[in-house]
Unconditional design. Structure first.
Length: 193
């Protein structure tokens, strides 16, 4: 097992607010009994088993446990630039027949705040899972524009190929399942509107 189940949350804030955001997130996690998946992997597995049993026990049952939450903080200017660059990176990859790559290196909460050793490939996140919540209007407009450009410039199969090419091995296995491939198609189709 190389991945523990968790929820990844990305907080976008201005550079001068990063230190304050780090402190506030740690406080919020402590107040709500939320931890990252790296704190206690055995407890994470036990909690997931309990969550599954509770969900299977009946309709409307709300689990008493929560999945661990891995928090990441990224500066507004950085995420704005990454979203703006995504269509061009995909175009370049298509023209040069290469894997689309756009590095992102946020500060992440593990057992403490840190920059991971390796940057993430933003293209994978952009295509697969980046889901906005309470995003400011300017950034939301840019995201919608970039998604629309991408969805209308490539076929689903081309985008699926880029998704798989930009993913880590464990993610590749997941996205080769029919259910996730269908969900990815729904996602891309929604960007065309």
């Amino acid at each position: 097992m190389n991945r523990l189940p968790d929820v990844d949350m990305w907080m976008i804030c201005d550079s001068e607010n990063v230190e304050t955001a780090k402190k506030e997130l740690i406080k919020l996690f402590a107040e709500n009994n939320i931890s990252s998946s790296d704190i206690d992997p055995v407890k994470t597995i036990e909690d997931v088993i309990e969550i599954v049993h509770q969900l299977k026990s009946g309709v409307g049952v709300i689990p008493t446990k929560t999945l661990p939450m891995d928090a990441h903080i990224i500066e507004y200017a950085t995420i704005y630039s990454l979203i703006a660059q995504a269509p061009e990176i995909l175009k370049k990859a298509s023209e040069n027949k290469e894997v689309p790559y756009l590095p992102i290196h946020p500060i992440s909460y593990r057992k403490d705040w840190q920059h991971d050793d390796e940057p993430y490939n933003f293209i994978y996140g952009f295509l697969s899972a980046f889901t906005e919540f309470d995003m400011d209007l300017e950034l939301k407009k840019l995201l919608d524009k970039s998604r629309n450009m991408v969805a209308n410039s490539y076929t689903f199969e081309q985008l699926y190929t880029y998704l798989i090419a930009s993913a880590q091995e464990s993610n590749i296995r997941r996205f080769r399942t029919l259910e996730l491939k269908d969900r990815f198609k729904e996602r891309i189709d929604s960007w065309k509107r």
